[in-house]
Design a protein around this ligand. Sequence first.
Ligand SMILES: NC(=O)c1ccc[n+]([C@@H]2O[C@H](COP(=O)([O-])OP(=O)(O)OC[C@H]3O[C@@H](n4cnc5c(N)ncnc54)[C@H](O)[C@@H]3O)[C@@H](O)[C@H]2O)c1
Length: 238
Amino acid sequence: MINKTRKRIWLVIGASRDGIGAAIAKAAVKQGDRVIITGAETSPLSMPDGVETYHQLDVCNTVEISALAKQFSKIDVLVNCAAISRRDNEDDIDIFRHVIDINLIGNFDVIKTFEPAIIGAKGTVINIASMYSFFGSPKVPAYGASKAGIHQLTKSMALKYAPKGVRVNAIAPGFVVTEQTQKGRDDQEHYKAVIDRTPFSRWGNPDDIAGPAMFLASDQAAFITGQTIIVDGGYSIG
Ligand SMILES: NC(=O)c1ccc[n+]([C@@H]2O[C@H](COP(=O)([O-])OP(=O)(O)OC[C@H]3O[C@@H](n4cnc5c(N)ncnc54)[C@H](O)[C@@H]3O)[C@@H](O)[C@H]2O)c1
């Protein structure tokens, strides 16, 4: 259960580029929580109002993750948004490995290293999966494999941490307008195909994902764990 006597602390990993992580960070600030964000870059594209601190963090660097984890005795909500895709280039073995390293192994390392702080707060973890957790794509085979891994890892981590009172869930967004999808949106055929398949006839925006994250982090979701919630404007139902 959420501790109402102090402000909850959110750590949003991968919130530096005004994408999904930043939207989640802003929504958490708006509901009165304390929010810390990270990103791969030396500084964020913009610092959302009310966010306490920005930390540069490479999720492939175990030493960096441990150093950051030492600064926190309690984390109420850990959000794992760090990921890359290398559309049309993921057949290259080094690139394939790099994508898996960040998107799957890096996020696992973050959860593992922050484990004492999350358990200490009886907190919750929100991972970010994808449509490619479920669908194949020849253009992003590594990204898809990593996101299928996140879907699966979410269940395993949920089982592991349930006895400690920690819930672990994921959100699988549909296609959302962010820097990560710029290359895909430049491909007019792909851009239009997403709109045509989405019953709401549009790409998502980062705020579409923030609401479900607030829900998953709340007491309203106290009996939900190990789930990947699809937030895609209906893309996957047709
Ligand atoms: N945009 C979409 O359509 C979409 C759809 C499904 C899932 N997602 C997922 O949502 C999450 C956020 O993506 P986004 O679209 O907002 O993109 P984004 O590019 O805005 O955010 C990605 C974040 O990951 C961070 N990052 C990249 N490499 C890193 C590394 N080595 N170490 C630490 N951080 C690193 C970046 O600094 C950035 O903050 C990702 O997990 C992405 O896969 C996005």
